[in-house]
Design a protein around this ligand. Structure first.
Ligand SMILES: *[C@@H]1O[C@H](CO)[C@@H](O)[C@H](O)[C@H]1NC(C)=O
Ligand SMILES: *[C@@H]1O[C@H](CO)[C@@H](O)[C@H](O)[C@H]1NC(C)=O
Length: 210
C-alpha cells in the first residue's frame, strides 16, 4: 500500500511538472523578439527609496521593424525585474526561459491596452511601491496578444543585463520579512507533499480494513 501511495504521489508530481505546465502554452523568453524600446528615468546605479521615489518609464514599438510586427499586440505590461547580482543564491528570483516559471520580473509597474494606430511614445510615472525589496533592478516590458500570451518584449538593459541598472532601498526591516515569507512558502510546499503522502497512506489502510 505504501508503495502504491508513493507511486501515485510521484506520478501526480511528474504529471504536473512535465505534462501539465507545457500544456498551458508556456512561452520561452528566448523565443520572443525584442520589439519594444523601453526606457526608465533612473540613472545607472541610482538608488531609489521604496514608497517615496518615482520613476518614469516609456515604451514604444521600435518603428524600424517590419510593418505588421505589432498587429497581434493587445496589451503592454511593464515590470520591475531583478538584475543578476540580486538573483544570486536566491532561487525565488531565478530566471527561467519558460516564462511561466520565470521569477525575474515580479513587480508590476503598469498594464496598458496597446493601440497600434498610436505611434506616440507611451509613458507612465510610478512610485516605487513600499513592498519592493532592496535590490538592483532593470525594467522590462512585455507585449501580449488577445489570449494574454507574450508575443514581444523590450528592456532598459542590454542582453547581458549589465547596463542601466538601478537600486531600490527598501523601507528598513521589510527586506528580511519578505525573505522570510518566501522561505515559508517553500516550506509550505514541502509540507503539502508530506500531507499528501500521509492522506494516501491512510486511504490505503482504510481500504485494506474493509
Ligand atoms: C530598433 O530596431 C533596430 C533594428 O532591429 C535596431 O538596430 C535599433 O537599435 C532598435 N532601436 C532601439 C532604440 O533599440
Ligand atoms: C496616444 O497616446 C498618447 C500618450 O499616451 C495619448 O496622450 C493620446 O491621447 C493617444 N492618442 C490617441 C489617438 O489615442
Amino acid at each position: 500500500m505504501e508503495a502504491r501511495g508513493v507511486c501515485v504521489a510521484v506520478s501526480i508530481l511528474v504529471f504536473c511538472l512535465v505534462l501539465v505546465e507545457p500544456c498551458y502554452g508556456s512561452v520561452l523568453f528566448s523565443s520572443l523578439k525584442k520589439t519594444l524600446d523601453v526606457t526608465a528615468s533612473p540613472k545607472q546605479d541610482q538608488v531609489l527609496l521604496a514608497g517615496e521615489d518615482k520613476i518614469t518609464v516609456t515604451w514604444v514599438v521600435n518603428n524600424s521593424l517590419p510593418a505588421g510586427t505589432n498587429s497581434a499586440y493587445k496589451t503592454i505590461k511593464v515590470k520591475l525585474c531583478y538584475a543578476p547580482v540580486s538573483q544570486k543564491d536566491r532561487a525565488w528570483r531565478k530566471t527561467e526561459d519558460n516564462l511561466k516559471k520565470d521569477k525575474t520580473c515580479q513587480h508590476k509597474i503598469v498594464s496598458r491596452p496597446y493601440d497600434a494606430s498610436n505611434k506616440t511614445v507611451q509613458s507612465f510615472e510610478w512610485r516605487v511601491e513600499k513592498d519592493v525589496p532592496t535590490a538592483t533592478y532593470f525594467v522590462r516590458a512585455f507585449a501580449y496578444d488577445s489570449n494574454d500570451v507574450e508575443v514581444g518584449y523590450g528592456q532598459t538593459t542590454n542582453d547581458k543585463k549589465t547596463t542601466n541598472l538601478f537600486g531600490v532601498q527598501a523601507i528598513s526591516g521589510r527586506h528580511a520579512s519578505l525573505d522570510i515569507t518566501a522561505a515559508c512558502f517553500s516550506a509550505f510546499s514541502v509540507i503539502s507533499l508530506f500531507v499528501f503522502f500521509y492522506i494516501e497512506k491512510r486511504k490505503g489502510k482504510a481500504s485494506q480494513q474493509k
